[in-house]
Design a protein around this ligand. Sequence first.
Ligand SMILES: [Zn+2]
Length: 177
Amino acid sequence: MDASRRKQINELAVTVRESLGLTTPIDVEEVIDRLGGSIEDFDPYYGQDAEAYVRKSGDSFAIAVNDCVGHARRRFSIAHELGHLFLHLGYLIDDDLWGSVDSYIDSVRHRMGYNEEEFEAHEFAGSLLMPADEFRIVANQFFADGLYPLEKIAEYFDVSSKAVKVRGCWLGVFSWE
Ligand SMILES: [Zn+2]
């Protein structure tokens, strides 16, 4: 994923937030509902060992998350699947792509190693849950004693500290060390 693709994905996430009037912390299940999709019980047939999946369901879609996943991770997983929905299934933004998709299975299942679609879906999830502009403002607000308190930022966005760390590094707010 090059810089322009990353920028495009961040902008798409902002567009989704703005068009649905979402505010932080966003309610990911409400997002699914507002987009016309549904949450379903995790069916191993589609996901097997996966943490979550998105599948086409008639003209719409269904997302499921494995029960073993905790709160913050569940939120991130749903946002990740929404990334696949827009970026790789074309839902609402690319009718040709959406029309050509029969059954999409989260790429993590059937491709090993390096996986561009996974990076893209992760970027979308980070952008949807933690928009770049808001992230910078909030990180600076919490900055104290020479440190960014990851837990406080995580609480603000209702995500894991690890997700905050990764997002902040990509945005150049934190260093990777
Ligand atoms: Zn995925």
